[in-house]
Design a protein around this ligand. Structure first.
Ligand code: AMP
Length: 283
């Protein structure tokens, strides 16, 4: 496995592969690999000739007071895991290489960034879109693989790629969970034992909501209210950031939990802000 820091060297490598008609897959990450990352990498390996994993804790997608400085990092372990997975290139640039002092260009998908994490984290998706488009331009992948855990991110990036005719197929993959249902996340390491125990109720609540819908309850306000009370009972140490039911493609709140309704939540537990989501009907 090659470790590349320099964007120009990475671009040359990507270009060489493209010219040889090798199919290149990119898995963008912020590192501190877990089973969620590894499942994306495994899929990328199986569906391409070359797999690039980018490892970059992107400062521009963190707001003031968020966990950019504390974000968990373990470069050596990540290198070992990527190597074991058969990754061709680990692209790990420095912040100054990605954002020289006078960086002045930003990308946004405002229509899909108004609600959920877009509302709670102003500027977050602008940072995400900008860095992902830079990664697309640097690595020149044919496919880019993202997790559905960050559902809104996947929607935003898919739309950005389509609207701007980027020659990249954006692929979304299922959420990998711990045995008790908690979505695997680098931020789970922030949880103490009691917080970790309560965190399992986040997904349990989403499953309950799906059952309520299956039993005939489709009023979004009623479902959100019931879930809020469920969380207040089961996750007493938690603070709900949002509980929202949105159209899964256009990411705006809906009144009825019909087809394409996505239930998305964000809950603070101690230092960790945990997100999760579930489609209320269908697959
Ligand atoms: P991150 O390093 O947290 O930015 O995540 C990198 C990629 O892994 C993103 O596309 C995430 O959606 C995806 N990801 C994170 N956690 C999971 C998970 N539990 N299951 C599947 N994909 C995930």
């Amino acid at each position: 496995m090659q470790i590349i820091e320099d964007p120009e060297e990475m671009q040359q490598t990507g270009l060489n592969w493209r010219c040889r008609e090798e199919r290149v897959a990119l898995v963008p990450t912020m590192g501190y690999f877990h089973e969620g990352h590894l499942s994306l990498i495994g899929w990328a390996r199986q569906n391409s000739d070359r797999t690039v994993v980018s490892l970059f804790v992107n400062p521009t997608q963190f707001g003031p007071g968020e966990d950019f400085q504390d974000y968990p990092r373990d470069f050596d372990r990540d290198c070992d895991l990527a190597r074991e997975m058969g990754v061709d290139v680990l692209f790990a640039p420095q912040a100054q290489q990605m954002y020289p002092g006078n960086h002045a260009t930003w990308l946004q998908v405002p229509e899909l960034s108004k609600y959920l994490c877009g509302a709670s984290r102003p500027g977050h998706f602008q940072g995400v879109c900008t860095v992902v488009s830079k990664l697309f331009n640097i690595i020149l992948p044919h496919i880019a693989v993202f997790g559905r855990k960050d559902w809104q991110q996947l929607a935003v990036i898919s739309r950005m790629a389509r609207d701007l005719n980027m020659p990249v197929e954006v692929v979304g993959r299922p959420i990998v969970r711990e045995e008790d249902g908690l979505a695997v996340s680098s931020r789970n390491t922030y949880l103490d034992t009691e917080q970790r125990r309560q965190a399992a109720w986040i997904y349990a609540g989403l499953e309950r909501a799906r059952e309520w819908v299956a039993a005939g309850e489709t009023d979004a306000a009623a479902i959100k209210d019931r879930l809020r009370r469920f969380y207040q009972g089961q996750i007493p140490s938690g603070q709900i950031d949002y509980i929202e039911i949105v159209d899964s493609r256009e990411i705006y709140p809906v009144d009825e939990a019909g087809n394409n309704a996505l239930l998305a939540v964000a809950v603070y537990l101690g230092r960790a802000r945990l997100i999760d989501n579930i489609l209320l009907q269908g697959e």
